[in-house]
Design a binder for this molecule. Sequence first.
Ligand code: SF4
Ligand code: SF4
Length: 254
Amino acid sequence: MAEEFTPKKTERSFRFIRKHGWIIAFIIGLGGQFIPEIGLLVPLVILTLLGMSLFKGMYWCGNFCFHGSFFDQLVMKISPHKKVPDIFKSKTFVGLILILFILNFSRQLYFAITGDTGTVLARVGSVMANTYLVVILIGLFLGIVINSRTWCHFCPMGTMEKFMYKIGKKTELTKNYDQKVTITEPEDCIECGLCSQVCPFELRPYPTLKENALADSSNNQYDEERCIRCRVCIENCPADVLTLATEDEAKKLN
Ligand code: SF4
Ligand code: SF4
């Protein structure tokens, strides 16, 4: 059984967009209530994150996602930061949310396209902006009662990213771009478990990474499709033995 760790709050934003992306989430979600056409930015966001996931897995979620920025920068401050219940991580639940999302989104889009009030762009934009706002509100609620990144465990966009990542891996599109958490010197790991305590996705780079790399030095990467490549474990490792690296870069570290 995987070792249990208590989630720990820590700095999670190391880049400008991760620090301030939440402003864009508010502009789309709230601004779209007044100027619905703003919601038309959402398809662009979806296409970008799906395209990126073909090459880099869930990198978008850990480095660009505007909702993720809101959860990490603002919601985490008021979150009790409890462990996310396993039900929210189960494949059945995650799949169910994706199906419900697609059905509801398609139904709303159909009515927006066939409706007769205002322009079609405003109606479609409004559907997109409302969806964005709903995620802000549900994510905020879950963040206040459980953990700031609870929503992310079953976010339909994340589920689609994982699907695209599988395609990327099969077609080797990931080969030169997919940067995974990599351990540089496993023997220097002091086994503090901090990397696992601070992970927003409650993943366990420790002890997996250390054990694998000690058994086989070429096995020094954390091969986990749910890893959002956010660098939180890396930045918090007191032994400074973690980094993000592509497969080729990791080989050179052996
Ligand atoms: S394993 Fe590290 S990089 Fe991956 S999600 Fe967790 S903290 Fe972020
Ligand atoms: S934070 Fe660094 S030193 Fe601590 S267990 Fe993880 S890899 Fe090892």
